[in-house]
Design a protein around this ligand. Structure first.
Ligand code: RAM
Length: 359
């Protein structure tokens, strides 16, 4: 009976989404799915910390979008790690980061009977129905980089504490502008779970008395699209002539913003900080457009995700808090609250150390 009601809810949600797609895009933030116990069932299985990693595991990485250089580094490292433990991994995914663009890929991966799906979610809820179907069929689900709603996956591999990322971006930018003036955020897509979590902590940090003379005037969305991010930067600087800084917590956004600023009269006047890859940002550090930016090692994120998914699929862990697994050369890792596994603190890059990094 309960099952029957649930499947009706899925059908209704899917139909609503299809309709909204036909009308120009599924916003994806509906929480229509009934509470499902696919994840609970999987967690009730007993973990065997000594179980060896199974050979021949099939893993699929589903990034926000395939043409994002950052996601590419993460996924390639995860695929290489799988080779190391005798698994077979691949990357599939959409060419844009829209809320529901990953849904059809999940459905295909379920049909293919992958052992685990790793997803950097474009929306916390739009991917939930199909991911729950995957878990019901004993396909393990691991989110990485950008989380889904908590009951739609067994683990979330987070690059660093979301709170630390958000607060430190504000702290560091504030230092650069002397704790004064207007600032703006150039984000990725409006639904991106990771960016939104960081932005919440940025806003919370800005409430502290230390920032009373700073004002967040706008959050713009470049959709992790280079051209759109470039244009949004131009728009921000035009609309707010007194703008002192732009914080862009996306590698696509910060690179596009830097390209715009480097070639404009704002170079050296407007601070740009955020999250970027050293290889994309090197020339802007060199030419003085950007003083510093941060990031974790995306290769390690992919590596950790790959081992975590293999440990789940081998029965070493089930996703419960406190369980431990071996993440190859990264050593033993522990599953934290809400199934979160944290990689580690980000690195700050500037002209002194950027030469030491190549990714
Ligand atoms: C972009 C994506 C990704 C984010 C990085 C920092 O590549 O939005 O999700 O983690 O930036």
């Amino acid at each position: 009976m309960r099952l029957h009601t649930r499947s009706r809810v899925y059908a209704a949600t899917a139909a609503a989404c299809a309709l909204s797609l036909a009308l120009g895009g599924c916003s994806g933030t509906t929480k229509g799915d009934a509470k499902d116990d696919a994840k609970d069932k999987a967690q009730n299985a007993k973990a065997d910390p000594d179980a060896p990693l199974k050979k021949g595991l099939k893993l699929a990485f589903l990034p926000k979008q395939i043409n994002n250089p950052y996601e590419k580094i993460v996924d390639e490292a995860g695929i290489a790690a799988a080779k190391g433990y005798g698994g077979k991994a691949k990357e599939v995914g959409p060419s844009d980061a829209k809320a529901s663009s990953q849904v059809s890929y999940i459905n295909t991966l379920v049909q293919q009977r992958q052992d685990a799906i790793l997803i950097a979610a474009n929306d916390p809820n739009a991917v939930c129905g199909p991911l729950k179907q995957a878990m019901k069929q004993d396909i393990k689900v691991v989110s990485y980089d950008s989380d889904t709603a908590k009951d739609c996956r067994q683990l979330f591999i987070n690059q660093a504490s979301s709170e630390e990322i958000g607060r430190s971006l504000v702290k560091r930018t504030a230092e650069q502008v002397g704790h004064k003036g207007q600032i703006a955020i150039l984000s990725a897509t409006q639904n991106a779970t990771n960016q939104n979590a960081w932005i919440e902590f940025m806003k919370d940090e800005l409430k502290k008395p230390a920032y009373k003379d700073m004002k967040l005037v706008k959050t713009a969305y470049g959709d992790d699209d280079d051209q759109k991010s470039f244009q949004e930067t131009q728009g921000l600087l035009k609309a707010y002539p007194k703008l002192k800084a732009v914080i862009s917590p996306t590698t696509v956004g910060i690179a596009a913003a830097a390209r715009y600023i480097s070639d404009s009269s704002y170079k050296g006047k407007v601070v740009l900080n955020g999250l970027g890859t050293p290889n994309q940002m090197r020339k802007y550090i060199k030419d003085g457009t950007v003083e510093e930016f941060s990031l974790w090692d995306p290769k390690k994120l992919g590596y950790l995700g790959s081992y975590a998914a293999a440990s789940l699929a081998s029965g070493q862990i089930t996703g419960k808090q406190g369980e431990k697994f071996k993440a190859g050369k990264l050593g033993e890792r522990t599953v934290g609250k809400d199934g979160e596994v944290i990689l580690g603190p980000p690195t700050v890059f500037d002209k002194k150390n950027i030469g030491d990094y190549d990714f």
